[in-house]
Design a protein around this ligand. Structure first.
Ligand code: ATP
Ligand code: MG
Length: 608
């Protein structure tokens, strides 16, 4: 038995099979030669073998020691002695059928007299069955739910199922080294992950181990994977914006720091693109970003990391990857571990953005392991606690109060729908947990409206309070205008005989829809969004041919940067927009429109 397995964090040199067996002495001070000899003599006498005594420093033992020999432990620490004594009293009390009062005192006294320290076997169990990342083991009588257990080969697992005479364990490692009959041992610890600043710029797996070939990571702390969500009293209202740089989101569905905004849509509708653009937009915003890939192709994650790195976004980003090739338990634990990494920063007063890409695959991984653990399937074969699976995860996103540091975790969970069905089990669950959703549509995506946000079905429930004043003033009635446009579009699509007013309304609506198109990886700054919105709602772009709309918008922004640089800076800095600023924008935009039109008419003239 390799003793090093007992304390996962304290690694000891590997044993080679030809060496003398080792016994391990844990105490807070080095034993002197004489004491060491006494231990060795004791071991020889008791076990008839020559042991090499290895001392391990353990500051948690304030007096006494613990001696580990093969499968046994002599616990002479203060705590251990008390525990053994308590256990003996309990046993005797039980034997004597629950004595009370005086009898108990007599029992206590007699116990004290006859008390001897014993070597207790460590709690260990044996594997009955292993497969698909799941182990069923017996023994481990007092193991608790969620406890980490260690297998002989050093693989860790987590107890997920307690049965009358066995336990179900999910494995965080290769199951090939585990066989029927392998030993498994309690650690009395719940799952934790290493966290810290060292993780920024790195790609790690769900256990916090680096997987990017850039060497080890020195953790600053070790935090529990499953932590309690902050209490109501420790929270404050969401009121600082988390700008995505995507015009249609920041204007109509603003996201605040500490909010949970779902990104939902069919496959290949640009869900990941929105999340990644948001990460890119945090470059100078002092926000730590965490991207959790669950059940995705390893190649797409590699591509995504490369593009983040190229754009300098990895400096403030951690990527946690549990790709499709990883076992279901690893995919299951990944978002919780990533949240623990975020909590480290949040509790230091920092703002964190976490992208869970995506939670439908997470639910599928959980379904797989629940079915393997023989839990009864419910709707769509998911286990009954699949709501709790995501609610306990997303509740950990919060904006902390100033007394608790004022940090925040903003969550952008992603959910994939099948054929736009938002009323399926997992989508409805997550819609009801989050503070709003950005709904992406395949039809819009293929008609060229990208990002393919369905303006009617998307909503942000708390972000309004977090929108900057400038955005609020610039947005005006754009949502209403677009709603009217959609309605009118439906009614007028079969008639070609339209009156002027209707035609005008349609052209205006269309020009707005085209204005909201934005290519991937090009987030807008605040002033750019404000200029576009003010110009758009003032009908400036209405008579530009639709196919030129994108080109017009970009060139107009360039024109503003060239002619009104100070004005742009002022908006960015103050975050506010006066009435006269609006006039400046509209006048400049109109001026540019005339130049643009003139230049389009005569191809020789440069448009600006
Ligand atoms: P999956 O379901 O595979 O996860 P997804 O919904 O996350 O897909 P993305 O991978 O983000 O979608 O995008 C799908 C494709 O659409 C990609 O090739 C991406 O480059 C392209 N795309 C996304 N957004 C835009 C955009 N705003 N402009 C142009 N192309 C875009
Ligand atoms: Mg994706």
């Amino acid at each position: 038995m390799q003793r090093k397995l007992l304390k996962g964090v304290r690694k000891m040199p590997d044993q080679d099979p030809g060496r003398r067996p080792e016994a391990y002495l844990y105490s807070n001070a080095v034993p002197d030669a004489q004491r060491k000899k006494r231990f060795e003599d004791f071991l020889k006498e008791r076990y008839h073998k020559d042991y090499t005594l290895v001392w391990v420093e353990d500051k948690s033992i304030d007096s006494g020691f613990k001696l580990y020999v093969d499968n046994e432990v002599y616990d002479w620490s203060k705590e251990g002695r008390i525990n053994q004594f308590k256990e003996m009293i309990r046993r005797r009390a039980k034997e004597e059928d629950g004595p009370g009062g005086k009898e108990l005192i007599t029992l206590f006294k007699s116990s004290l007299e006859s008390w001897n320290l014993e070597a207790l076997p460590e709690e260990e169990g044996r594997v009955i069955m292993v497969g698909d990342g799941i182990v069923i083991a017996d023994g481990l009588e007092s193991v608790v739910y969620g406890e980490i257990v260690l297998f002989e080969s050093g693989i860790r697992g987590m107890v997920q199922d307690l049965r009358p005479d066995s336990v179900g364990i999910i494995l965080f490692g290769n199951e090939e080294s585990i066989m029927e009959g392998s030993l498994v041992r309690r650690t009395k610890k719940t799952a934790g992950v290493p966290v810290g600043e060292g993780f920024l710029g790195r790609v790690v797996n769900a256990l916090g181990d680096p997987i990017d070939d850039q060497g080890g990571i020195m953790p600053s702390d070790y935090l529990p994977v499953e932590a309690m969500a902050p209490e109501i009293i420790d929270r404050q209202a969401v009121e600082t914006p988390m700008n995505t740089g995507i015009l249609c989101i920041d204007s109509m569905f603003p996201i605040g720091r500490g909010q949970r905004e779902l990104i939902i849509g069919d496959r290949q509708t640009g869900k990941t693109a929105i999340a990644i653009d948001t990460i890119l937009n945090q470059k100078n915003n002092d926000v730590i970003c965490i991207y959790v890939a669950i059940g995705q192709k390893a190649s797409s994650v590699a591509q995504l990391v490369a593009s983040l790195r190229k754009k300098g976004a990895m400096d403030y980003t951690i990527v946690v990857n549990a790709s499709a090739s990883e076992s279901a338990p690893m995919q299951y634990i990944a978002p919780y571990a990533a949240t623990a990494m975020g909590e480290y920063f949040m509790h230091k007063g920092k703002d964190v953005l976490i992208v869970y890409d995506d939670l439908s695959k997470h639910a599928i991984a959980y379904r797989a392991l629940s079915l393997l653990l023989e839990r009864s399937p419910g709707r769509e074969a998911y286990p009954g606690d699949v709501f709790y699976l995501h609610s306990r995860l997303l509740e950990r996103s919060a904006r902390l109060s100033d007394e608790t540091g004022g940090g925040s975790i903003t969550a952008l969970p992603i959910v994939e729908t099948q054929a736009g069905d938002v009323s399926a089990y997992i989508p409805t669950n997550i819609i009801s947990i989050t503070d709003g959703q950005i709904f992406l549509e395949t039809d819009l995506f293929f008609s060229g409206q990208r990002p393919a946000v369905n303006v009617g079905l998307s909503v942000s429930r708390v972000g309004g309070a977090a929108q900057t004043k400038a955005m609020k003033k610039a947005t005006g009635s754009i949502r209403l205008d677009l709603a009217q446009f959609r309605e009118m579009e439906v009614f007028t699509q079969f008639s070609n005989d339209l009156d002027e007013v209707t035609k005008n309304r349609l052209a205006y609506g269309q020009s707005l829809m085209y204005m909201l198109r934005q290519s991937q990886g090009h987030p807008y700054a605040l002033h750019e969004q404000v200029i576009l919105l003010v110009a758009g709602t003032a009908h400036v772009m209405q008579d530009i041919p639709l196919e030129k709309n994108g080109d017009f918008c970009l060139k107009m922004l360039e024109y503003f940067h060239r002619t009104n640089a100070e004005f742009c800076e002022k908006i960015d800095e103050s975050g506010d927009l006066e009435e006269e600023d609006k006039t400046v924008i509209i006048e400049t935009a109109r001026r540019f429109r005339d130049i643009y039109k003139a230049s389009s008419n005569s191809a020789k003239l440069s448009p600006i």
